[in-house]
Design a protein around this ligand. Structure first.
Ligand SMILES: [Zn+2]
Length: 218
């Protein structure tokens, strides 16, 4: 596939009231990112493997299982694939192949690629699955250089957790927390504080708390 298949997490929820994630990493040897040098790309591969092998997945899994139990839902099988794309066109193609009825326009795909480090979405396939797409852009490269690639992935896995619950039939209002941007969310929005740059990308305090909690498991 022209989408650079980067890694995959199979989220296998096979038993009622018990969820299990089987995480696998399937990273290509060849660096698909023109922007990253070999060492940086190898670092990303190591980071992805390290996150997928960590207790982050188990913790997410526990919470999904608990929420499904609460909602008395049947556990579905939800696949989460971690991908990387080299430019906005590759991202748009991947997204639109997955969501042919709600395609991203050129402007929208470009705006997302240019302004975010990564993007997570649910496919309109049957059964639906989730894609975590890392972007080979300047911003992600900076995160790699600063040793923050793992946190980018953990942040996206928090979105994936919420989407897995939605796929399972949990109502949006019953999610443990939301992913909407909170206008009051000011964590780290002072660029002068270089030692504590914070995480304005974390949307809201609850989302931030979750990313922080999971990041401590790495
Ligand atoms: Zn986000």
């Amino acid at each position: 596939m022209n989408m650079k298949h980067f890694g995959a997490v199979a989220l296998i929820l096979s038993f009622p009231c018990l969820a299990e994630i089987a995480a696998t990493s399937d990273l290509p040897d060849k660096n698909p990112c023109g922007d990253l040098d070999k060492e940086q790309y190898d670092g990303v591969r190591k980071d992805v493997k390290s996150v997928l092998d960590s207790k982050v997945i188990a913790s997410i899994n526990e919470q999904i299982a608990k929420r499904l139990e609460d909602a008395r839902k049947k556990n579905p099988k939800v696949g989460v694939a971690v991908e990387i794309v080299k430019d906005w066109k590759s991202f748009q193609k991947m997204y639109n192949d997955d969501n042919p009825k709600t395609p991203l326009s050129d402007d929208d795909a470009k705006a997302k690629f240019d302004s975010l480090d990564a993007y997570t979405y649910t496919t309109a396939k049957d059964p639906p699955s989730i894609r975590v797409v890392l972007f080979c852009n300047r911003s992600f490269k900076d995160k790699v250089i600063d040793g923050k690639a793992k946190r980018v992935l953990v942040h996206e896995l928090v979105h994936a957790k919420l989407y897995a619950m939605l796929i399972a039939g949990v109502e949006k209002s019953k999610l443990p927390f939301q992913e909407n941007d909170d206008k009051e969310w000011k964590e780290g929005q002072d660029p002068r504080d270089r030692d504590h740059p914070g995480h304005p990308e974390d949307h809201n305090p609850d989302f931030h708390k979750e990313v922080e909690k999971l990041s401590k498991l790495l």
